[in-house]
Design a protein around this ligand. Structure first.
Ligand SMILES: NC(=O)c1ccc[n+]([C@@H]2O[C@H](COP(=O)([O-])OP(=O)(O)OC[C@H]3O[C@@H](n4cnc5c(N)ncnc54)[C@H](OP(=O)(O)O)[C@@H]3O)[C@@H](O)[C@H]2O)c1
Length: 418
């Protein structure tokens, strides 16, 4: 009988406790399937004296170095943040111990970049969805050209609940926090930075290059009015992350989008995540599931622990002809169809003035309507669907329109996904 695989677990918060719970439930079946007996031998926390349901007090320690230098075979990191996670993982690797992490912020940071390719990190992107494995292993023989994802569960939850109830972004975000989805700092979710970190990591796996700048637009300006308009026009508003390898350039962007109801991402609701992969050989693949939560994240961590215990360490895709310049420059200005909303005073000819300003920049219109804002007498909205236009032309047109005396606030521009 081989000896158990001894796991040093860093963190006993949501994810750490989920890991202990799932391992407790599944240790026997994992051993039956893989021949590996997995056992947690130490758990790092800040305060080892605190009672933690489901965690034996004798396992707890506040001394991280004793874990990474001590008698364990694998280190699993579920602390979050940069330090001490980074230095403990680096020390574990120096001691020849494989490491598994759920920490996307660390991997995406400059400080954590040395860990990429050395730490297995399935749990760090879209939790339970095995997208890292799919890109590293399942598609290693293929050429991925495009990824379109819903990578932030909080934003998807917020936009889904806005569509269901007509409530505001602030109210639905509060609900997401109450249910424990939202990041402690809401701007990581709402302003798109969390999705951008995940997209950059996925693009690196998919295209084998360090991702450059991600163009990020959050969902902060979105109002119930926009969610309602999407539905009326045959779309659903989703927080989308998009990466395309255009050969010479890599296009990476995160933004809200009008998604046609027939699109595979349209039915991904509430806190679920999804990634749609296009590859030359495989065609279109859709991955969908729980992108956060204790047990979904633990499921991915356990899969990585089994992989390293079987002697399959983290690996980096080596493309046959890696590009000379690994960090590619700013993406080219894109083109897209757009939904536009202008909050306006209810004055005669307002649609005409906006349409003229758009036309001057060669932004042509496929639909325009004006609606009154019942809660604001004398005010309303002009909503426009624009044919495909360059982002640059649209930006100039919006600047022109914001100088017109008819607007009561900032305009909203949302891309329409093809
Ligand atoms: N929550 C999710 O759904 C989810 C999904 C995917 C990935 N992740 C990632 O998983 C990681 C953990 O997230 P979480 O939600 O489980 O966080 P959490 O609930 O805040 O738990 C963090 C744990 O780490 C311990 N810890 C933090 N700093 C420490 C330090 N300096 N020294 C010793 N112990 C320390 C805490 O100890 P105390 O208990 O003593 O405070 C706590 O047990 C993060 O990287 C997160 O991004 C989370």
């Amino acid at each position: 009988v081989s000896r158990p695989v001894r796991i040093g677990l860093l963190g006993a918060g949501t994810v750490g406790r989920g890991f202990l719970e799932l391992l407790g439930r599944n240790a026997c079946s994992i051993e039956e399937r893989t021949g590996l007996a997995l056992e947690v031998v130490k758990v790092l926390v800040r305060d080892p004296r605190r009672e933690r349901p489901g965690v034996a007090r004798s396992l707890l320690t506040a001394d991280g170095e004793s874990i990474v230098h001590g008698a364990c075979d694998v280190v699993v990191e579920a602390l979050g943040g940069i330090e001490p996670a980074r230095s403990l993982l680096a020390q574990a690797l120096e001691h020849g111990k494989p490491v598994v992490t759920a920490n996307k912020a660390l991997l995406a940071s400059e400080a954590g970049s040395a860990l990429r390719g050395h730490a297995r990190h399935e749990a760090s992107i879209a939790a339970a969805i095995p997208i890292v494995r799919a890109l590293e292993e399942g598609l290693v023989g293929d050429q991925v050209s495009e990824l379109t994802g819903i990578l932030n569960g909080t934003c998807n939850f917020v936009l889904t609940l806005m569509a269901e109830t007509g409530a505001t972004l602030e109210a639905t975000l509060a609900e997401a926090r109450a249910r424990g989805f939202a990041e402690a700092d809401p701007s990581l979710d709402v302003d798109g930075h969390d999705a951008a970190q995940k997209l950059a990591l996925l693009a690196e796996l998919a295209f084998g290059v360090r991702a450059g700048r991600v163009r990020v637009e959050g969902i902060r300006g979105i109002e119930p009015e926009d969610v309602k308009a999407a539905r009326a026009l045959g779309y659903v508003l989703k927080p989308v992350a998009f990466a395309r390898d255009g050969g010479e350039s890599l296009e990476l962007r995160v933004h809200p989008a009008f998604v046609p109801l027939s699109h595979p991402l349209a039915s991904v609701r509430f806190e679920d995540n999804a990634v749609l992969v296009r590859a030359a050989g495989a065609g279109e693949l859709l991955f969908r599931g729980k992108g956060a939560g204790a047990l979904p994240t633990a499921s991915a961590l356990l899969a990585d622990v089994v992989a390293v215990a079987r002697g399959e360490p983290a690996r980096r895709i080596e493309r046959p002809a890696p590009p000379k310049e690994p960090v590619r420059g700013a993406p080219p200005a894109g083109r897209s169809r757009y939904y536009l909303r202008f909050p306006v005073y209810d004055v005669p000819g307002v649609i005409g003035r906006i349409a003229t300003a758009l036309g001057r920049r060669e932004v042509s219109i496929s639909h325009a309507e004006a609606t009154l804002a019942p809660e604001k007498p004398g005010q309303g909205h002009v909503k426009v669907l624009a044919h495909e236009t360059s982002d640059e032309a649209l930006r100039e047109a919006l600047e022109d329109i914001e100088r017109l005396p008819v607007l009561t606030g900032r305009s909203v521009a949302v891309r329409i996904l093809a």
